[in-house]
Design a protein around this ligand. Structure first.
Ligand SMILES: NC(=O)c1ccc[n+]([C@@H]2O[C@H](COP(=O)([O-])OP(=O)(O)OC[C@H]3O[C@@H](n4cnc5c(N)ncnc54)[C@H](O)[C@@H]3O)[C@@H](O)[C@H]2O)c1
Length: 245
């Protein structure tokens, strides 16, 4: 059995990614804060009958993250896939952001991606095989007001993807990023007027309907799988044709 770790697997996109990878035949470790989200994802995985492990963790704790990835490997076998997906997105005017709040965003959205990739790559390198996907965001391309800390970590996710693709390619490890557009998930609650935001999104997308979490999961599935065996260092925008670079 192949194995995969998905961080933020208690959230909307993470759950869809975990379910899809389970359907693809991976034993999936679900990493998230303890709570309802993780419990619901575990229940959904359980209902499918696919092997999985729910591993509660605060990703801000780097030592715990390394231990948790080791625990995932003990339970499900050596790691083939890592999906760095967890993020926080506090919305505030730039001049009002406290340094502690900024540090939290960096710890979850950026440092944990680095730490998890390091832990996973150490094991993947021994088998000269593996695939890492970092979830970024199209907000990185165009900038986004009231999200300066979040947007800068999403740029970092793309930069990390490129740096690791170069360094780990010779070791047989591929590293790519997926940049979601605007998906109707919990993340959308940061927008004050949902109807106006929905109209704004549809106006900018080329495809005039909202995307679904399964449409992120299918792209992750493609990138980690054999059909993308010659693809590394790339960022795929999954946004209904909003950003075209
Ligand atoms: N939903 C969108 O429209 C959208 C757009 C662009 C990018 N993204 C990206 O997609 C990814 C998933 O977003 P989502 O919409 O599913 O959000 P979400 O809030 O539903 O999921 C994020 C998950 O990360 C977890 N998390 C946060 N802090 C954590 C911590 N300290 N330790 C462990 N887990 C922690 C949360 O508990 C949550 O389950 C994120 O990287 C986000 O930036 C989403």
């Amino acid at each position: 059995m192949k194995s995969a770790v998905v961080t933020g697997a208690g959230g909307s996109l993470g759950r869809a990614i975990a379910l899809r990878l389970a359907q693809d035949g991976y034993g999936v470790a679900l990493l998230d804060l303890p709570g309802d989200g993780l419990d619901e994802s575990e229940a959904e995985l359980k209902a499918t009958g696919h092997p999985h492990a729910a591993l509660p963790i605060d990703l801000r704790d780097a030592a715990a993250l390394v231990r948790t990835i080791a625990a995932a490997e003990e339970t499900l076998g050596p790691l083939d896939v890592l999906v760095n997906n967890a993020a926080i997105y506090p919305a505030k005017p730039f001049l009002d952001i406290w340094l502690e709040e900024y540090d939290d965003v960096v710890a979850v959205n950026q440092r944990a991606y680095f730490v998890a990739a390091q832990a996973a790559a150490g094991s993947m390198r021994e088998r000269r095989a593996g695939s890492i996907v970092n979830i970024a965001s199209i907000t990185w391309h165009g900038g986004w007001e009231r999200l300066a800390s979040y947007v800068s970590t999403k740029g970092a996710a793309v930069a990390l993807t490129r740096a690791l693709a170069r360094e780990l390619g010779p070791e047989g490890i591929r590293v790519n990023a997926v940049s979601p557009g605007a998906f109707p998930t919990k993340a959308e609650t940061i927008h004050e007027n949902p109807e106006a935001y929905n109209a704004f999104v549809l106006d900018h997308q080329s495809i005039k309907r909202r995307g679904t979490p399964a449409e992120i999961a299918s792209v992750v599935s493609f990138l980690v799988g054999q059909d993308a065996s010659f693809v590394t260092g790339q960022t795929l925008n999954v946004d209904g044709g909003w950003v075209m670079v």
